[in-house]
Design a protein around this ligand. Structure first.
Ligand code: ZN
Length: 217
């Protein structure tokens, strides 16, 4: 292998490195930072391979999301599987879980960080089973555009509510989240009638850096 071959991955990584990691830019901004053209081209190529049209994301008001590189553990999911988020989001989530517990509410994780490769795999599996891409995209977000890829988003549930189920909106845990999540910097991404035309997802919350209104009561 030539030295050029050895260098290539490092150079490529530098070119496609998410903007959030350039010059210490903060993680989990309120508005996603513009992503490098080479990275966006890579996302488009992956999606073309799944049969997703280039204009699909723009038509749905979706913007490319950076992929988190540095992740830390948050409380495990309801099946005991490891869940990870970027450090500031993880810290805020743990504080929020503790505050909820103090109020007699048990919050549980369902899903945190998901890589673009994993998101692609989830859709590929469905296509291989004969599902149409249109149907698959009602279940999984377009690779490269999922908030879960940033490590800032988390799906939550509470005992007695199935994972990623609309009935979470009628739980005491959800009522607690509506009253308290913003204090910890967590916000509902897909409320009813959202601009992305996603279904209402009461379980999906995104941490926005600097948006916490208080650290304690
Ligand atoms: Zn989610």
């Amino acid at each position: 292998m030539s030295p050029a071959h050895l260098l290539a991955p490092a150079i490529l990584a530098a070119i496609i490195a998410p903007a959030a990691f350039a010059a210490g830019a903060e993680l989990c901004p309120a508005t996603p930072l513009p992503q490098p053209a080479a990275y966006v081209a890579h996302i488009n190529e992956v999606n073309r391979g799944l049969g997703i049209p280039d204009d699909y994301a723009a038509k749905h008001n979706l913007v490319p999301q950076p992929e988190a590189k540095h992740l830390v553990d948050v409380p495990r999911d309801v099946y005991g599987r490891k869940v990870q988020m970027v450090p500031p989001a993880a810290t805020a989530l743990k504080q929020m879980f503790a505050a909820a517990r103090h109020d007699g509410i048990k919050l549980e994780t369902v899903s945190g960080f998901r890589s673009m490769a994993y998101q692609t795999h989830l859709i590929r599996e469905k296509l291989d089973r004969g599902m149409t891409i249109r149907k698959a995209l009602t279940i999984n977000a377009v690779p490269g555009y999922s908030e879960h890829q940033t490590g800032c988003a988390v799906d939550l549930t509470t005992p007695g509510v199935p994972a990623a189920d609309g009935s979470f909106a009628r739980s005491k845990a959800f009522a607690w989240m509506q009253r308290n999540a913003a204090r910890f910097g967590f916000h509902l991404s897909f409320p009813p009638g959202n601009k992305y035309a996603y279904e209402y997802e009461p379980w999906h919350w995104r941490y926005i850096a600097g948006s916490a209104t208080a650290s304690s009561r």
